[in-house]
Design a protein around this ligand. Structure first.
Ligand SMILES: Cc1cc2nc3c(=O)[nH]c(=O)nc-3n(C[C@H](O)[C@H](O)[C@H](O)COP(=O)(O)OP(=O)(O)OC[C@H]3O[C@@H](n4cnc5c(N)ncnc54)[C@H](O)[C@@H]3O)c2cc1C
Length: 306
């Protein structure tokens, strides 16, 4: 738990980021979790994922952007991604972070930037998932999502909910009334016990409870996890309640539990792989290390290998 908090703390340290991103060996090691720095590299990874029977979601890595011009460049990048998906015919949607579109500068700027991307996705019949970030932006992320959803509908834009937050069951009830498509995950940020369950068991129990609410709702949701217990709970709840495999999808991260990704796709479940790419990989990469102590050993072994 301490190691997790420390790694998430380090993920926000600018100085370390500058050091790490200039260290070629470190960069090489990110290849396990990051599909490259360009759209083309990510598209190549997605072609392979598609060939293994899964769909994907492009994620251009960047968050907490603090300059307006950079947020506009993020919009252009996502428009290029949506166009590339159409040109190549790969099976993928996109995931965005509102802090990448300027949430830290001005929430109206983030809304307007996100709207450009969602509008382009609507025109192309594609889908935009709004990722969920730290609890300081949960409410504003939901508010902006609701505005986008009111304009473009459930088949064009969806949101993410985190089972570690105490508020999430209420948020899910509210969002299901819209109705809207939800990706449920456990949550990847450092949160105080006042807002998030400190014990893994409570996070997991809440995850199962929310998964059941989602599967019972009749809307197409994403069950995002690599946890076999969560997956088994989902598979057995669906079977017991006659919920078809086409009614939801499992989602996992690029480079994590590829065996399980392939197994679920072979078993006929819809499987989507989240594919991050881009130069600003540092905070994403550090959160992945934080999720599993063994990942730190894997990196350390390779860094110091003679
Ligand atoms: C598609 C997708 C989208 C996501 N989007 C968001 C988001 O918008 N906001 C957000 O806060 N979080 C997001 N997450 C991250 C999520 O919140 C968790 O931090 C992450 O998925 C780990 O939780 P878990 O459900 O896999 O369970 P855990 O209990 O953390 O892990 C279960 C098992 O999975 C394996 N595993 C998990 N993580 C790793 C890893 N990094 N490396 C290697 N093995 C691992 C290990 O075998 C571990 O024992 C997303 C996750 C996925 C899969």
């Amino acid at each position: 738990m301490v190691a997790r908090s420390a790694l998430i703390y380090l993920s926000r340290q600018e100085g370390l980021k500058d050091f790490a991103t200039q260290f070629p060996l470190f960069k090489k090691l990110t290849a396990r979790f990051v599909a490259g720095e360009t759209i083309e590299q990510a598209a190549d990874a997605i072609r392979e994922i598609n060939a293994r029977g899964a769909s994907a979601s492009f994620d251009h890595l960047n968050e907490s952007v603090s300059r307006v011009a950079e947020t506009e460049e993020e919009v252009r990048e996502y428009l290029r991604v949506l166009s590339r998906i159409d040109d190549t015919g790969i099976r993928s949607n996109v995931s965005i972070k509102l802090t990448q579109f300027g949430l830290g500068i001005d929430s109206e700027l983030a809304y307007k930037n996100a709207r450009v991307v969602v509008e382009d996705a609507a025109r192309r019949g594609n889908f935009v998932r709004v990722d969920m970030e730290g609890s300081d932006v949960t409410q504003i992320t939901i508010d902006i999502f609701k505005r986008l959803h009111a304009e473009y509908g459930e088949n064009t834009v969806g949101i993410v909910m985190q089972s570690y937050l105490r508020r999430t069951v209420d948020d899910v009830k509210d969002i299901l009334k819209m109705p809207a498509r939800i990706r449920i995950c456990k949550g990847a940020y450092n949160e105080p016990a006042s807002v998030a369950f400190p014990d893994k068991k409570d996070v997991d129990d809440n995850y199962v409870r929310i998964m059941q609410m989602l599967l019972s709702s009749g809307v197409y949701h994403g069950i995002a996890t690599h946890d076999e217990k969560m997956i088994e709970a989902t598979v057995s709840f669906a079977a017991k309640n006659n919920i078809g495999k086409e009614a939801f999808e499992f989602q996992m991260l690029y480079g994590v539990r590829r065996d399980l990704q392939e197994q679920l796709a072979r078993d006929g479940f819809n499987m989507r792989v989240y594919v991050p790419y881009g130069a600003a990989w540092y905070p994403y990469f550090m959160r992945r290390l934080a999720e599993r102590p063994a990942n730190v050993w894997f990196i350390a072994k390779n860094l110091f290998r003679p």
